[in-house]
Design a protein around this ligand. Structure first.
Ligand SMILES: Cc1cc2nc3c(=O)[nH]c(=O)nc-3n(C[C@H](O)[C@H](O)[C@H](O)COP(=O)(O)O)c2cc1C
Length: 345
């Protein structure tokens, strides 16, 4: 897996250890809730960093796929997995696509997203902008707690399911184990907040901040919905209920409520950006399902074997954080808020 990040300002301190810290967050320590593939990822910087600082040249970073078992896919290459990309990918690439492990549709692509996000998060950190993603629902188990930022920071990676409500996190874990035991899988919801975004960032009409954030988040496999602030609930509100009234606080323009999720007119409003992401249940399940044999063109049945995640939500959390960080950093550079040369401050 690899990534080339172009356009990163020069002068940002960057090391392989920075990537490692983020990559390690991808794999929860609880083996009961993840795939049996133990992906010990380590990043290698190929270009764009010299003497510990970014040079302004494209930054290439790679991670080797060491934990592969391609034989798991031989038996099913003509049997598209229901819910997976196998069938449309075979049509789109004329059968030349690498079907092993799902190829470019594998959840492994989140490694590359996380590599890019690591650079973005370091950049954003210099401007005190923090991006925090965490799980709020797995299947039907959900938390309604309003978390403080301190609680999110402290707890989100403490639980294997990445839910900062540790009691609920335990129940989520049990739900995943139960789904796995019955040869099934679960989806869930990831919430992501971005704090301290300055107002006025975005590039309407076609490069709105919410549009670009959604596009980046949809690059994470298994994402099926993205909403901002109150999201779909906004449709049932009256204008007077939905509008976030403005207020002066400590010399700053703020809003009383936060229904808009920190974005108005495709531009950041200066309030926290709040995004919720719906993730579907893992397609590859052991339960028998109907499919077709694309070689004989006859109906068939498939029960997927191999090492699959019974729920991809925990691994998707740092990927969504990375996709959001990447988009915000990009827009801050485009808007001239992050300069082309970073100097120590
Ligand atoms: C981190 C991560 C890990 C994933 N692991 C699996 C897996 O083990 N088995 C599987 O069938 N799908 C897995 N997926 C989901 C598929 O990649 C995804 O559902 C598929 O590419 C179809 O794309 P779509 O769901 O976005 O429509 C994973 C997704 C992510 C984000």
């Amino acid at each position: 897996m690899g990534v080339v990040v172009d356009g990163c300002p020069s002068g940002l301190p960057l090391s392989e250890a920075d990537f490692q810290e983020e990559l390690d967050r991808r794999i929860p320590a609880e083996p009961k809730i993840v795939s049996a593939r133990i992906e010990k990822d380590s990043a290698k910087i190929l270009s764009g960093v010299f003497n510990g600082y970014t040079t302004g040249a494209p930054i290439a970073v790679m991670v080797e796929n060491k934990e592969t078992k391609s034989s798991d896919y031989e038996g099913i290459k003509d049997l598209p997995r229901p819910g997976h990309s196998d069938y449309p990918a075979r049509i789109r690439y004329g059968g030349f696509n690498d079907y092993r492990g799902g190829g470019r549709f594998s959840g492994r692509v989140t490694v590359a997203i996380i590599l890019a996000g690591t650079i973005a998060k370091k950049l954003l950190g210099r401007y005190n902008i923090d991006v925090l993603a965490y799980t709020t629902a797995i299947g039907k188990v959900k938390t309604d707690k309003a978390f403080s930022t301190a609680e999110i920071r402290k707890n989100r990676y403490a639980a294997a399911t990445r839910c900062p409500d540790l009691e609920c996190a335990q129940k989520m874990e049990e739900a995943i184990v139960a789904a796995k035991r019955s040869d099934n899988s679960l989806g869930g919801i990831v919430e992501c907040i971005a704090l301290n975004m300055p107002p006025g960032v975005g590039d309407p009409l076609f490069d709105t901040l919410d549009g670009d954030l959604s596009k980046a988040i949809f690059a994470v496999p298994a994402v099926k919905g993205v909403e901002f602030g109150v999201g779909f609930k906004t449709a049932a509100l009256m204008g007077s209920e939905n509008n976030d009234a403005f207020l002066m606080k400590g010399g700053k323009v703020v809003t009383v409520t936060e229904n808009a999720g920190g974005i108005l007119g495709g531009l950041s409003s200066g309030m926290p950006v709040v995004i919720r992401v719906a993730i579907k249940p893992t397609p590859s399940i052991g339960k028998a399902q109907k499919t077709v044999n694309l070689s004989s063109m006859k109906d068939a049945e498939l029960s997927v074997k191999g090492r699959h995640d019974p729920c991809v939500v925990p691994k998707a959390v740092p990927a969504i954080e990375a996709a959001v960080a990447m988009t915000l950093a990009d827009h801050l550079i485009r808007g001239g808020i992050i300069p082309k040369i970073l100097r120590e401050h």
